[in-house]
Design a protein around this ligand. Structure first.
Ligand SMILES: [Cu+2]
Length: 468
């Protein structure tokens, strides 16, 4: 039996695409050697060595799959397999993915390319791949049972079609889908336009990532696959803050960000400091007449959105999902609200009963980092990240757009923290204090009530497991 090491060669993608001319006829008739990448770093863009030229994307904490040209056909080899993904430093998850990672590598092709994708199944169960959003022959659509037999464990299937329209796409299994997507099987696909497209602008930086979610108990490694809505890890490309790389750009770069959502809920993606246009959806580039400026765009389940903006404000700008519980990491959220309750000394008393108890709404989530609450091994704190001014109190779907005057073109490295010009940072007011007098009108309604005195609601609703 050949070992995995013999079969799969680990190749750095920095070397670029495999050139067709260097491979013999016999080799071209064989399966393309699968390229495996296990590092969770954001890899530099893969410039095409063969085929039509295009401006490549950068996959956040991910990479692009090299191909080989075989008589004019772009051949890729995806290997569906169990992987170990570092979701953040100190926290590894046992997921399923492709070619060493979850999500799988980004596939980049050009409009009009004939594409042949070999899919080898090294999972313990059958699978298939659906090419989400593509125009293709019905038998290539990848719904197991409907369009093709499922790919049995150990077998390789071939998909082949022409990438007919330019845009932002995804791929994922359409066999035992709930389990396989809960385990992290998905990937990004970009079809670049073959000529200048009236609705697709050229950009200096083109980023992409998938929204995905997991339910992994603190201290555990494997996602719970039966979870419907109450996931506890909200990730971008199976990474959680502070494990998500920042998007580093040069001042006045035109930037495109493509986002696909393969979680079970919607995510309002919010950018600070800039306004953007939604220039593309699942259906391709949006007509110019439909575009308006926004700072948040909702990406619903199964959707793709591409946003574009001019990065013309220097700084470290937050970029995150606007659902505040999606910028938290694993922890139970059945915690009573105690804001307004004088709980001085209470934490100590409760701690006698529940050792790790922490009061919320008094000191902010900074306690999580500063108190160093004991947490199980292989777990990241619920909210963390140390910024230049203290704890950022964030987790999950959070990153930064870093805009710098001196960031070199083509340089995607992290420039460090922004150096604020003097006098441009919010600071403490040190003048005389004012008595906080409460306005008589405070708390009144638009009209006086007909009768009855003040009523204060004292009820605490019973907690219920709810969706997100
Ligand atoms: Cu969200």
């Amino acid at each position: 039996m050949t070992s995995r090491r013999d079969f799969l060669r680990t190749v750095s993608i920095a070397g670029g695409a495999v050139a067709a001319g260097t491979v013999s006829k016999v080799a071209m008739a064989a399966l393309p050697e699968p390229v495996i990448q296990t590092a969770p770093d954001t890899m530099p863009p893969l410039f095409p060595g063969t085929g039509r030229p295009y401006n490549p994307v950068v996959t956040l904490n991910g990479w692009t799959l090299p191909w080989r040209m075989n008589k004019g056909v772009k051949e890729f080899h995806l290997v569906a397999e169990p992987v170990v993904r570092e979701m953040a430093p100190g926290f590894k998850a046992h997921l399923w993915g492709y070619n060493g990672q979850s999500p799988g590598p980004t596939i980049e092709v050009v409009e009009g390319d004939r594409v042949r994708i070999f899919v080898t199944n090294r999972l313990p169960e059958h699978t298939s791949i659906h090419w989400h959003g593509q125009r293709l022959p019905n038998g290539m659509d990848g719904v197991a049972g409907l369009n093709q037999p499922a790919i049995p464990a150990g077998k390789t299937f071939v998909y082949e079609f022409v990438a007919r329209r330019p845009g932002t796409f995804m791929y994922h299994p359409h066999a035992d889908e709930m389990v396989q997507m809960a385990m992290g099987m998905m990937g990004f696909w970009v079809t670049h336009p073959k000529t200048k497209h009236p609705l697709i602008d050229e950009v200096n930086r083109d980023f992409c990532f998938l929204l995905n979610a997991y339910d992994i108990d603190p201290g555990a490694y494997t996602p719970k696959i039966m979870t419907m809505l109450d996931f506890n890890l909200w990730s971008w490309n199976s990474r959680i803050f502070p494990g998500i790389d920042s998007l580093n750009v040069r001042l006045n770069d035109k930037v495109r960000i493509r986002v696909g959502n393969l979680t079970m809920t919607n995510h309002p993606i919010h950018l600070h400091g800039h306004e953007f246009l939604v220039t593309g959806t699942d259906g391709g580039p949006t007509p110019k007449s439909t575009r308006w400026y926004e700072v948040t765009t909702d990406v619903a389940v199964g959707q793709m959105r591409q946003i574009e903006f001019l990065a013309d404000e220097e700084g470290d700008w937050a970029f995150h999902c606007h659902k505040s519980h999606h910028t938290m990491n694993a922890m139970g959220h059945d915690v009573p609200t105690l804001i307004g309750v004088d709980h001085r000394g209470m934490a100590k008393k409760i701690n006698k009963l529940i050792p790790d108890y922490m009061v919320m709404g008094e000191r902010g989530m900074a306690d999580m980092t500063e108190m160093e609450m004991p947490i199980p091994d292989n777990t990241v704190p619920m909210m963390t990240g140390q910024g230049p001014f203290g704890s950022v109190e964030m987790g999950g779907m959070f990153s930064m757009l870093k805009v710098r005057r001196d960031q070199k073109p083509g340089d995607y490295s992290n420039p460090g923290w922004f150096r604020h010009p003097p006098g441009t940072v919010a600071h403490e007011y040190k003048g005389p204090a004012l008595d906080a007098t409460r306005s008589k009108a405070a708390g009144s309604a638009a009209m006086p009530r007909a009768r009855g005195g003040d009523v204060e609601v004292q009820v605490r609703k019973p907690s219920a497991k709810s969706g997100h």
